[in-house]
Design a protein around this ligand. Structure first.
Ligand code: ZN
Ligand code: FE
Length: 255
């Protein structure tokens, strides 16, 4: 049976998302920004929380875990390399591991860069990816703990997923990301179309995710650092994709 998802906004600009297996009733919260918002989402769906899957240690992704765990006795699974910073984990995982949410099987990808042990979770059968603060729609996370090279390689792993993979990220940053992306690729037709679509969604109070990997390949300059025209646009012709990525990320930090 196909997985179901339920997306909801929480904190100032975070997303919460529930992943539900209708065949067993198992339900995972992807990260736990805020216990009350997750509980409200559970109430709205009628689902029972069995798992929390954690992408990285930041407070806006883990702040609700302790309270939810106490209330629901759910199993908390998260990144092995950040276990010392997430004391609520019951199970630690790293790239290559698989995890189960009821009958759903997820695959763990190491996606360091934003934090040094950041993981992403891919449910191949349902073409769903939960990418935390690594990839955003038309953007990517700040490189806080890792290197630019690590972040670029993490983005390549996500870019390699099938084009029709839907991904859920940690924040609603799309509109601001598009403003920046247009400074890099002002004539990118896919980006201009996405800008229009996102303005309409936001005006209607709707979220801009999930987006697809295929769409991001066309409109997200951070995933396009190995395209010669993008390198040229930032004066980096002939440089490595990781160096071009680093330049674009540095510009975004100052934007
Ligand atoms: Zn974060
Ligand atoms: Fe975050």
């Amino acid at each position: 049976m196909a997985a179901q998802t339920h997306l909801f906004p929480c904190l100032s600009d975070n997303f919460g998302v529930l992943l539900h297996d209708p065949s067993t009733g198992a339900t995972a919260s992807i990260d736990a920004p805020e216990a009350a918002a997750v509980d409200a989402a559970l109430k709205a769906t009628g689902w029972t929380l069995t798992h929390i899957l954690v992408t990285h240690h930041h407070q806006d992704h883990t702040g609700g875990i302790a309270e939810l765990k106490m209330r629901h006795k759910c199993r908390v699974i998260g990144p092995r390399d950040e276990a010392s910073k997430i004391p609520t984990l019951d199970q630690t995982v790293a790239g290559g591991d698989s995890i189960k949410v009821g009958a759903l099987t997820g695959r763990v990808l190491d996606t360091p860069g934003h934090t040094s042990g950041h993981i992403s979770l891919v449910f191949d059968a349902d073409k769903l990816a939960f990418v935390g603060d690594t990839l955003f729609s038309v953007g990517c996370g700040r490189v806080i703990e890792g290197t630019m090279e690590q972040m670029w390689n993490s983005l390549l792993k996500l870019r390699a997923l099938p084009d029709d993979t839907k991904f859920f990220c940690g924040h609603e940053y799309t509109q601001a990301n598009i403003k920046f992306a247009l400074t890099i690729e002002p004539d990118n037709k896919a980006l201009l179309a996405r800008a229009k679509e996102v303005d309409q969604l936001r005006a209607a109070g709707k979220p801009t995710i999930p987006a697809t990997i295929g769409a991001e390949k066309a409109d997200n300059c951070f995933l396009r650092a190995d395209i010669p025209a993008v390198a040229a646009a930032v004066g980096m012709t002939g440089k490595s994709p990781a160096e071009v990525f680093a330049e674009i990320r540095a510009r975004k930090n100052k934007f």
